[in-house]
Design a protein around this ligand. Structure first.
Ligand SMILES: NC(=O)c1ccc[n+]([C@@H]2O[C@H](COP(=O)([O-])OP(=O)(O)OC[C@H]3O[C@@H](n4cnc5c(N)ncnc54)[C@H](O)[C@@H]3O)[C@@H](O)[C@H]2O)c1
Length: 321
């Protein structure tokens, strides 16, 4: 297979490239990434010599760059996006441009040669669930995005579905819950918390901290995408989530404090993010029907993730002013 991975220098994209080359060593991957603040070639250092991985610095919003990158490609896995909700609250334009216009450009170019297109999206497109309920998102849940990031991702999902209906483009979509693991830019909750604590700084917790997330280890997400590429039904969406271990942000940070041997004086409540989604929870039974389920336990892999940041200080110190 000749894969084009967009956003392959980011958190999940780089983990996906490592995963794919480990499991499909004969396949060829072209990594197409603009290298925004979130893109980092250090994430791919240990495969620099791998002849089956090549890197193109390019922008998904640029049709000429995309067209040229798509020569001889069988399948696209589209990760490239602006991804930080906080940033979307004060710079909406770049989210609309990259996530909506960029996805449209990619679809337009893919449609010319009917290239298999997998779109990596988020469960945040479904909006927010009540704090203490048993409700879960599934593939039939209506979209109700509540911030500029999730709105732009929802619009990109609609475009992907449109290209399937109107242009017969062979697409699939995945809507995944929050990921954790190595190589995550230290602005998101977990790497921010870990890197703050390693610098003897407190962890900021938005509002009351009772925001529930359905955490998934990044490798489980990569394997889910592999399963969808191999067995998914063209035109379908798939919800991906964690191992029935929904935790709120406070509980998550308590776990990190415990791993690092710190007491509860090491976090502080700060002013909440506006329109903060209360709870996400994913029903992944459709993925189970394809033979996938999450394998990595939160407690074990959270500890391994903290260890990774402890052992890779030189990776994250460069990214922090
Ligand atoms: N992080 C999560 O928990 C999570 C959960 C579900 C879905 N997702 C989705 O997965 C994808 C990857 O998320 P992530 O957390 O790895 O993001 P990230 O912010 O770590 O990486 C994004 C990558 O996209 C690249 N990029 C940005 N604009 C680009 C452009 N115009 N052209 C080419 N490349 C560009 C960046 O340089 C970076 O390498 C996103 O589409 C996101 O919506 C993320």
């Amino acid at each position: 297979m000749k894969l084009l991975v967009t956003g392959g220098a980011g958190f999940i994209g780089s983990n996906f490239i490592h995963y794919w080359l480990n499991h499909h060593p004969k396949d060829k991957i072209t990594n197409f990434d603009k290298l925004t603040y979130a893109g980092n070639l250090d994430n791919l250092k240990n495969i620099e010599q791998n002849k089956n991985h090549s890197f193109i610095q390019g922008d998904v919003c640029n049709p000429l760059e995309v067209r040229s990158a798509l020569k001889n490609i069988d399948s696209i896995v589209h990760f490239a996006a602006e991804t930080h909700v906080d940033r979307s609250l004060y710079s909406q334009g770049v989210f609309a441009k990259t996530n909506v216009v960029g996805t449209n450009v990619l679809l337009e170019e893919a449609a010319k040669n009917k290239i298999r297109f997998h779109h990596v999206s988020t469960d945040e497109v479904f909006g927010s669930l009540p704090k203490y309920s048993k409700e879960r998102f599934n593939e039939e849940t209506p979209y109700n995005p509540r911030n500029p990031y999730s709105q732009s991702k929802a619009q990109s999902d609609y475009l992907v579905k449109l290209y399937h209906k109107k242009h017969n483009l062979p697409i699939t979509i995945s809507n995944c819950s929050n990921n954790y693991g190595p190589y995550q830019y230290p602005e998101k909750l977990l790497p921010l918390a870990i890197t703050n604590l390693l610098r003897e700084k407190k962890v900021p917790i938005y509002g009351d901290g009772l925001y529930f997330r359905d955490w998934l280890y990044v490798e489980d997400h990569c394997r889910a995408i592999e399963v969808i590429l191999e067995k998914g039904t063209i035109g379908d969406s798939y919800c991906i989530g964690g191992l029935d271990k929904e935790v709120n942000n406070l509980e998550l940070i308590f776990k990190v404090l415990e791993i690092l041997g710190k007491d509860h004086s090491w976090y502080e409540h700060v002013k909440d993010r506006s329109n903060h989604d209360r709870r996400y929870s994913v029903d992944w039974s459709k993925m189970k029907n394809l033979g996938w389920e999450p394998e990595h336990d939160l407690d074990i892999y959270l500890e391994k993730t903290v260890e990774w940041y402890v052992n890779n200080c030189e990776w994250w110190r460069k990214l922090i002013k």
